[in-house]
Design a protein around this ligand. Sequence first.
Ligand code: NAD
Length: 258
Amino acid sequence: MGIIENMRLDGKKGFVTGAARGIGKCTATAFAEAGADVAIVDLDIETAKKTAAEIAEKTGRKVIAVQCDCTNEEQVNQMVATVVKELGGLNFCHNNAGICINAPAEEMTYAQWLKVININLNGIFLTDIAAGKYMLANGGGSIINTASMSAHIVNVPQPQCAYNASKAGVIQLTKSLAIEWAKRGVRVNCISPGYIGTDLTLSSPSLIPLIEKWNAMAPMGRLGKPEELESICVYLAGDTSSFTTGTDVVVDGAFTCF
Ligand code: NAD
């Protein structure tokens, strides 16, 4: 078989968190297009169900929706058990659910700080560990985390210290797990997207005036599209990336190059 056939995910099972919409919806679609059965995991179960039906219709794969708050350990463990039972196994996952709260550091409440760290970092820890435990005991697997270019640079002009710190944590968590599990068949990588046009960026009225400023700073002069993250995630999920672990792939149109 050629390289493109080998990149396919036929027969594999996986889940994507924060997949009801945005980046997660896009990668879940790509995984299913590549031949995998996929679980759409999200807090928002109504949208997740619609997304699952849409992807199943488009790809002909088994696509299920599972409600889960990724900050709740019990729900995360239950979610992984449900995915394994419903799909018949777990070969890969994309742990992607995240939020951003913009506030000047001296005005940010501790509750706001905790909320961001809890979803973006603690939630990734819980889902990585729950999936990793299953994979370690069942022949290995591939875990992809969503970090951000905000792990590498401090975004301006908006103040978002909790987000930046949470995403830097995701990269070091990714590398730490990759080292711990390297000889046991579980690979852990992350992606660091630049500004991407999703509901997170486009639906928040306070961010709209910022987009022009970001585009003026961007070497390509535009936001990325969620679809532009699909191919790297399919690669990381599948077997052709067998020597790729502990890596952070920056997909930002060169935003962090200067
Ligand atoms: P989005 O807001 O469009 O989608 C996020 C999804 O996560 C939503 O469906 C939401 O319901 C779900 N979610 C939120 N909290 C959850 C929880 N506790 N448990 C389960 N699901 C939860 O966001 P997006 O733009 O698609 O971003 C996805 C990821 O990509 C986030 O981690 C974000 O930080 C990261 N990212 C986004 C951008 C960007 O510019 N959009 C850039 C870099 C990184």
